[in-house]
Design a protein. Structure first.
Length: 303
């Protein structure tokens, strides 16, 4: 059970260690402006391997449950599927549900663990193989693997690393679990941190916050929800930024060069390097400044 690119390595690992009797993924989604629908990445890989694909709109559908009972699965392997599994589905496989979760549980339970690990400044993250229960990523853990988070890490650079790591946990630990040789360990009660689903407003850069926090958000929240500011009433996406050591009232332009627009923050400063005005292409700070009047000392950003 999976949907995005993150789940592809795990599906490949399942094909290596056992028989995949079916793949459950989200329904196809229409492309922009009413064009043909687009299949999830997991569906496309499943079709390449000739696998049975199920795309229920609701997981409590009687037809879905009937199909799964006929398949009589040993386990449901869930990787970034995108929906909460009802108890009756978790109980249907002989050995329940097993989840590949991209954090070191109990830290960052929830929908966006990779992004929040970067945004929070964690120096280490990883992947857990977990026995699923009715809670939100609360089940006991079979195995975990850690990786360092580089100071320049982005969501786009980190998720493939964690996807491969999760697939390796499947190859190593799922077979002994199915043979009854591996038993999970309950998560500790302390250290619980949630990683809620990202919302558009999470990408708004508030210059009253520290430059370090804002720079991490720029790296963590691409491509969704992206990071942005409001410049004189218009939305300006911030695609790349770097830390500076300037100071001043938050939101004040401290310098403007070809390398970036330096803005004072609640602590330190942030150089805006690559920008994208609404409805236009991405551009360098130099290109942006050529068409916009921004002077040192200005405070052009809306609160």
């Amino acid at each position: 059970m999976g949907t995005p690119e993150f789940a592809l390595d795990s599906l490949s690992a399942c094909l290596e260690v056992g028989e995949v009797v079916a793949v459950i993924t989200q329904p196809d989604k229409p492309r922009d402006r009413g064009q043909a629908s687009s299949a999830p990445p997991v569906k496309r890989l499943a079709i390449q391997h000739g696998l049975k694909v199920l795309q229920p709109t609701k997981l409590r559908e009687a037809a879905l449950m009937d199909s799964l009972r006929k398949l009589s699965p040993d386990v449901a392997l869930v990787v970034a599927y995108g929906k909460i599994l009802p108890p009756e589905l978790l109980e249907l496989p002989l050995r329940g549900g097993v989840n590949v979760h991209a954090s070191l549980l109990p830290r960052f339970r929830g929908a966006a663990p990779i992004q929040w690990a970067i945004a929070s400044g964690d120096q280490t993250t990883g992947v857990c193989l977990m026995k699923m229960d009715e809670g939100l990523d609360t089940g006991p853990v079979f195995a975990r693997a850690e990786v360092p988070v580089r100071s320049d890490e982005t969501y786009e650079s980190l998720w493939p690393v964690l996807a491969r790591l999760g697939a390796q946990l499947i190859r190593t630990h799922l077979p002994p679990y199915l043979r009854g040789e591996l038993h999970p360990t309950p998560q500790p009660g302390e250290g619980v941190v949630l990683a809620p689903m990202l919302k558009k407003e999470d990408g708004l850069l508030d210059f009253r916050k520290s430059a370090a926090e804002l720079e991490r958000r720029v790296r963590a929240f691409q491509p969704w929800p992206g990071t942005f500011v409001h410049l004189r009433g218009k939305t300006l996406k911030i695609l790349r930024a770097r830390l500076g050591d300037g100071s001043g009232p938050p939101g004040t332009v401290l310098s403007r060069t070809e390398r970036g627009i330096e803005v004072a923050c609640g602590g330190g400063s942030l150089h805006l390097i690559e920008l994208q005005p609404a409805g236009k292409r991405a551009m360098t700070a130099a290109d942006f400044l050529a068409g916009h009047q921004i002077s040192v000392g200005d405070r052009p950003f809306d609160a």
